[in-house]
Design a protein around this ligand. Structure first.
Ligand code: 6PG
Length: 243
């Protein structure tokens, strides 16, 4: 049973810097115990601001970045250089500013990559994750959409019922661009910790419903993923206003 905590922050700015500090501390703690932390990053504006705040922080150099394994929880299936790519936004904000080992950075396939078929691309990522030898994450970061989506798992979509594989193709995403790859619920739940990060009034309803045990994850996908050990809801006051 996960230990679930809600942490409220005065505003988006405080939230972003507090999550950045928490992330650095978590990575240092994991490495202190000899772990090569395995993280699944999310896209979205709040997460990208967190990544930039990590890169800007003096404490970032306390992390042995060469021993951090990075995956993605979802990605937009567009060409590698497209500004919409989650990995591109993360690289600009953080990954290109710290000394990562490129062999430990696992972006999801791009539409102009070796696999141009969306389903095959999703399957290739699932294979890479399985063969990565780490069939679980230490930490999954998730933004929350106004409709309660997490990663690219959207309310009422068929991917919410996929239990047999860890990465799936998503078409007709209500959040552009339309084609995406997403980890599935089983993959997101194979993590010691899940951190939801959300800011703004427009997220309050989804967050409030996601924290209600009676909520159906088919209606609010954020209601389902929980860390095996710990789940954090890292929110500004606006996003927490309906709890
Ligand atoms: C994506 C993200 C998505 C995002 C949420 C929240 O590819 O769009 O992975 O799940 O995290 O939509 O985004 P904001 O933080 O920008 O509201």
């Amino acid at each position: 049973m996960t230990e679930e905590s809600v942490l409220r922050h005065h505003d988006r700015e405080v939230l972003v810097h507090a999550v950045a500090a928490r992330l650095v501390a978590r990575l240092v703690d994991l490495q202190r115990h000899g772990t090569v932390p395995s993280l699944a990053l999310t896209g979205g504006s709040v997460a990208t601001e967190v990544y930039a705040a990590v890169a800007d922080s003096e404490a970032a150099s306390a992390v042995d970045w060469g021993r951090v394994e990075l995956w993605w929880g979802d990605e937009r299936f567009v060409p590698a250089g497209d500004g919409d790519r989650n990995d591109g936004q993360a690289r600009k904000a953080l990954l290109d500013r710290v000394p990562l080992d490129p062999r430990r950075v696992h972006p999801m396939p791009a539409a102009d990559g070796p696999t141009t078929d969306l389903d095959a691309a999703a399957e290739s990522y699932a294979r890479e994750l399985r063969e990565g030898g780490r069939d679980r994450f230490d930490l999954v970061l998730l933004g929350v959409g106004p409709d309660g989506h997490v990663a690219s798992l959207f309310p009422g979509f068929p991917q919410l019922d996929v239990e047999h594989t860890i990465a799936v193709a998503v078409r007709d995403s209500p959040k552009p661009p339309p084609e995406r790859i997403s980890l599935t619920f089983p993959a997101l739940e194979r993590s010691d910790e899940v951190w939801f990060v959300a800011a703004g009034d427009e997220k309050a309803d989804a967050v409030g419903r996601a924290l209600d045990p009676a909520t159906d994850p088919h209606e609010v996908p954020a209601a389902r993923p929980r860390g095996a050990r710990r789940t954090f809801w890292l929110l500004d006051e606006a996003a927490a206003s309906r709890i």
